[in-house]
Design a protein around this ligand. Structure first.
Ligand code: NAP
Length: 242
């Protein structure tokens, strides 16, 4: 079903994004790999070794004009965007009383506005195609909130609202939009947390372990390869939030 489709993954040089890009490549999809600062040759080669094309595109998703140019480039190279995975995300953790305006803005700009920017441009193509799947990376924190992450929680809750509004607007033309809410995933984003905090998080996960990025990628492939689920938030969190 997914073979030969064109999949755009943002922030795909490492972590969950890289796993998502590889999982779709294994399904036979051509990959548009958006990266921010850099991407290794090995990552591109790993994707191409699946027998698919990989187009790396450097840029910042929080830049509305960049999102437009990325979509234009994909249209020119591949003709369509079948799946868009809005994965790019950052944290700037700080207690509310000490959080700077810059820390708040940076997280909202990348996580929420970046997702809007990509949807805004890619959806015009999907509407014309009358097909497409949009998958947004939210977080359990967007549902539950988390001390020290007011900016991040707000951005990820915003992504959920954006997902549901988009799903309602685009459904009539056969375009689905869903969110994934991962819990605690082994990536660079969580590697910076103190051992104490990591141990605390494991305590509240019924499955008693962190997720591998590939387990989040499996959920993205599932959501892209179905036609009757839209506007949903799929928790992939080892049972953290029920
Ligand atoms: P990660 O390892 O830090 O990777 C994030 C990626 O996003 C990096 O490649 C980064 O590139 C890219 N990025 C950052 N800002 C960008 C921008 N403005 N434009 C384009 N790309 C940008 O994080 P991760 O853990 O894989 O997280 C991926 C997504 O899952 C994020 O949305 C995150 O919020 C979400 N999530 C993660 C967890 C977790 O436990 N890890 C849990 C819930 C949700 P540079 O490094 O070059 O800036």
């Amino acid at each position: 079903m997914l073979k030969d489709k064109t999949v755009v993954v943002t922030g795909a040089a490492k972590g969950i994004g890289k796993a998502v890009a590889l999982a779709f490549a294994k399904e036979g999809c051509n990959i548009v790999l958006n990266y921010h600062s850099s991407v290794s040759d090995e990552t591109i080669q790993e994707i191409e070794a699946c027998g698919v094309k990989c187009l790396p595109v450097q840029g910042d998703v929080s830049d509305f004009a960049f999102a437009g140019s990325l979509v234009k480039q994909v249209k020119k190279e591949f003709g369509s965007i079948d799946v868009l995975v809005n994965n790019a995300g950052i944290t700037r953790d700080m207690l509310l009383m000490r959080m700077s305006e810059e820390q708040f803005d940076a997280v909202i700009d990348t996580n929420l506005k970046g997702t809007f920017n990509m949807i805004r441009h890619a959806s015009s193509l999907m509407l014309k195609q009358r097909s497409g799947a949009i998958i947004n990376m939210s977080s359990v924190v967007g549902v539950t909130g988390n001390a020290g992450q007011a900016n991040y929680a707000a951005s990820k809750a915003g992504v959920i609202g954006l997902t549901k509004a988009t799903a309602k607007e685009l459904a009539a033309r056969g375009v689905t939009c869903n969110a994934i809410a991962p819990g605690f995933v082994e990536t660079d984003m969580t590697a910076v947390l103190s051992e104490e905090l990591q141990a605390q998080m494991l305590e509240v996960i019924p499955l008693k372990r962190a997720a591998k990025p590939e387990e989040i990628a499996d959920a993205a492939v599932f959501l892209a390869d179905q036609s009757y689920i839209t506007g949903q938030v799929l928790n992939v969190d080892g049972g953290m939030v029920m």
